[in-house]
Design a protein around this ligand. Structure first.
Ligand SMILES: [Zn+2]
Length: 396
């Protein structure tokens, strides 16, 4: 009996040792149906230089003067003369980047051999892929509540722990004859995150999703007397994908899309309010980080395709953002900061002038406290609504 116990103990120690050894050698690991290769192993095996551009999730692999780019969560290998779709996009896990066995083989082949496939054929492949993506998009129906008008003010209670309770009193009112005469503007408000996505969380636990929903509901309170038809991408604590939000705004044919978020930075001292419009290249490092944080796992190339289309709305987006920023800076007595530009997914994919407001840094303890304060959120909401009214009054 004693001997058996000893054996059991020895076996356990042996198993732990094997497990530890396996963890140390995590260069290659397998999922049930697929093998993945750690990019560090690629560096050693192919003897290629690997350069990361974290702001745009791009990885440049170079050898003998040839450069090949791969992208986190984007299924293409791209070089100057070559674009190839791969089976599974590169992904990061536990601080390391993994590529599929297939991608690995393609890289080895590309870096060591002549390029055989003509780029024309591959361009066609990409076009077909795009067609598929468009077809998929039309199928998606986000669960979004439609709001046409609000009968009475919503009572929003923000407790100290920032849980928001509200009375759902949204009703559709008959359109008055006066409203028909005036031009009705369609606004889509997009409070970020929701449901199982809390957004950024402050050092004292305040969650971005609660703050931005509350601010949005306060904004529409100011706008209901104006000639606006207002829709929200969410009016409760539900998760909606970035794609779903953009599709919703496009379906509504909005005149202006306004996304509301809170900023977060590794720098605890970062502070202030920012307004953003879309640009493929971020206007600052901070802007790049903000977009990366909000975009989560959306592939950067999904946005690049929208550059041309989006440029048509650039002027109006600048105007709208400028009016909102001016109003915020004036009312909250902030130091002037110009409108920033960054590749936010929801801005890139909405076919209309669009603005994203980062209302203070939730990562900054002082600003987190402010964001948790009713009066501060009310002021932000009032300022944003004034900026929107000013923007449309100038358009007339
Ligand atoms: Zn956010």
């Amino acid at each position: 009996m004693i001997l058996k116990k000893k054996n059991l103990k020895r076996n356990l120690i042996y198993m732990l040792f094997v497990l530890f050894f396996l963890l140390l050698n995590n260069e290659i690991f397998s999922l049930p149906s697929e093998s993945f290769v750690n990019l560090k192993y690629v560096e050693k095996e192919i003897k290629a230089g690997i350069d990361f551009k974290w702001e745009i999730d791009e990885i440049v692999i170079s050898k003998n003067g040839r450069q090949i780019k791969i992208f986190l969560n984007f299924p293409y290998i791209i070089s100057d003369e070559y674009q190839k779709k791969i089976d599974i996009p590169p992904f990061s896990d536990g601080g390391a980047i993994f590529i599929s066995q297939y991608t690995f083989e393609q890289l080895v082949q590309l870096l060591n051999e002549e390029i055989k496939q003509s780029s024309e054929v591959l361009q066609k492949e990409i076009k077909e892929q795009k067609k598929q993506e468009v077809a998929q998009e039309t199928v998606i129906q986000p669960q979004i509540t439609k709001i046409i008008d609000i009968k009475e003010e919503k009572k929003i209670v923000v407790k100290e722990n920032s849980v928001i309770k509200k009375e759902p009193t949204i009703e559709v009112l008959p359109t008055s004859t006066n409203q028909i005469k005036k031009q009705i503007r369609i606004l889509v408000f997009d409070p970020g995150h929701g449901g199982n996505d809390p957004g950024a969380i402050g050092p004292n636990g305040v969650q971005e999703k609660d703050i931005v929903l509350d601010i949005t509901l306060r904004i529409i309170k100011y706008l209901k007397k104006e000639n606006f038809k207002i829709y929200l991408t969410r009016d409760d604590d539900n998760f909606i994908s970035l794609k779903g939000r953009a599709i919703f705004a496009n379906e509504k044919n909005a005149d202006l899309f306004i996304s509301i978020h809170c900023n977060a930075s590794r720098d605890r001292g970062a502070q202030g309010i920012r307004t953003y419009i879309y640009n493929r290249v971020a206007s600052s490092r901070e802007a790049a980080e903000a977009a990366k944080l909000e975009n989560k796992n959306v592939g950067v190339f999904e946005m690049l395709l929208n550059d041309l289309r989006k440029s048509a709305f650039e002027y109006l987006s600048i105007e709208a953002a400028g009016n909102i920023q001016h109003s915020l800076v004036k009312n909250l007595r902030l130091k002037w900061t110009p409108t920033e530009r960054a590749p936010f997914y929801v801005l890139a994919n909405t076919n209309m002038p669009s603005v994203l407001v980062e209302a203070a840094f939730i990562s900054n303890p002082q600003e987190e406290k402010k964001l948790n304060d009713n009066d501060f959120r009310e002021k932000i909401a009032q300022s944003i609504s004034e900026g929107i009214i000013e923007y449309f009054s100038r358009l007339k």
